[in-house]
Unconditional design. Structure first.
Length: 258
């Protein structure tokens, strides 16, 4: 299976970083797993972790109130940008929207509250070496200076594995973060062919998209749960996303030994 997967990935034009791990047998398949990739919305995962870190330390509270302002709104993805000004939202609303709808305005509000330095410190404490948050979503000024957010497939797999084993922040926080990821509404990549399988397979995942960028990373809770991290920069997005769909199904069948 490893040779088959690598051959398929090598056939894709663009920059690919990939990681598969069976969380029971610990079998792995890797491809450019340490390569730094433009993060798009995958950077929202470590922001979520820092949010729960500060909740755990009682620096912030799930019920903290935020007020939306038209001047701070940024383009889609998400919902808050399209809602009225002066809407009252809780911290819990923000981090939920950030994940399940990839809400960029909610993300920027959280970055302002949590602090970029704090988020990056937690990234390093987790043990992620190629992940960094350098700017907010749609910060054109910083982007023009070459400041971008980065991830790698290996880094995100480390984060997800810690979450799966319930030692990311603590057991309760890990369980809550997994439940949020299971409620993901953007399900056209990793879950595409798995959604019709009965009994239902739970998938905790997060997507990322931008121009010529497509990512999907998560945990597939099959008979033997496994991690999948697909990260693609400079790709033909429809072609690459079809590969994600097909390869996920191949790995699922391999994983259950069919």
């Amino acid at each position: 299976m490893e040779e088959k997967i690598i051959n398929k990935l090598e056939g894709i034009k663009g920059d690919i970083s990939f990681y598969y791990k069976n969380l029971i047998t610990e079998e792995t398949i890797k491809y450019n797993e340490k390569h730094e990739m433009l993060a798009a919305s995958i950077i929202k995962l470590p922001i979520l972790v820092e949010c729960f870190n500060q909740i755990n330390k009682r620096i912030v509270n799930k019920d903290d109130i935020f007020i939306t302002k038209d001047k701070d709104k940024v383009p889609s993805c998400g919902a808050l940008t399209y809602m009225r000004e002066n809407l009252k939202v809780k911290l819990e609303d923000l981090y939920t929207l950030m994940i399940i709808l990839s809400d960029n305005y909610a993300t920027n509000m959280l970055i302002d509250k949590l602090g970029i330095d704090n988020i990056n410190k937690t990234i390093k404490n987790i043990g992620l070496r190629n992940t960094v948050l350098n700017r907010k979503m749609f910060d054109d000024k910083k982007a023009s200076l070459g400041l971008e957010n980065y991830i790698s497939a290996e880094d995100i797999s480390i984060l997800l594995e810690k979450m799966y084993h319930k030692n990311l922040i603590n057991k309760k926080s890990s369980e809550e973060m997994i439940n949020i990821l299971k409620n993901q509404r953007l399900n056209g990549k990793i879950p595409f062919f798995l959604q019709s399988i009965k009994p239902k397979i739970e998938i905790a995942h997060k997507t990322g998209e931008d121009t010529n960028i497509s990512h999907d990373v998560g945990i597939v809770f099959s008979k033997e749960p496994f991690i999948l991290c697909f990260c693609g920069n400079n790709v033909d997005v429809p072609h690459y996303e079809r590969l994600i769909q097909d390869m996920t199904y191949d790995l699922y069948k391999y994983n259950i030994k069919e």
